[in-house]
Design a binder for this molecule. Structure first.
Ligand code: FE
Length: 130
């Protein structure tokens, strides 16, 4: 299934997003733990990209990681998100961005639960639950 990529200028994003969303999605910021609206959220549904509406994660792949950020063991589709090597802050990490708009979502670590062993550690502000 081909999905069209969302391409906007940084000026467009500035108008579209709140200041806090812009900081995380476009400037790769991180929200403080235990403060976002979804780290402790347990309703059934789908989490979408708050920048472009791309479906990203299902609630049944969400788990309690204890980190203070919403955590999932796998994305809805393999192309829902993209992985990028992140060498910032003296670490080598896997950055996770939206597969459609490229907005920063969080990072993926290999210490998650079965069946994937992955932990997608995502900023609440990058998500919209429905
Ligand atoms: Fe997006």
């Amino acid at each position: 299934m081909a999905s069209k990529n969302v391409e906007k200028s940084e000026k467009d994003w500035e108008k579209l997003l709140t200041k806090e969303q812009y900081h995380v999605l476009r400037e790769k910021g991180t929200e403080p733990p235990f403060r976002g609206k979804y780290w402790n959220h347990e309703e059934e549904g789908v989490y979408y990209c708050s920048g472009c509406g791309n479906p990203l994660f299902k609630s049944d792949t969400k788990f309690k990681s204890g980190t203070g950020w919403p955590s999932f063991y796998e994305p809805i589709h393999s192309n829902s998100v993209k992985e990028i090597e992140d060498r910032s802050h003296g670490m080598i990490r896997t950055e996770i961005v939206c597969g459609k708009c490229g907005g920063h979502l969080g990072h993926m670590f290999k210490d998650g639960p079965k069946p994937t062993g992955c932990r997608y550690c995502i900023n609440s502000i990058s998500l919209d639950f429905k």
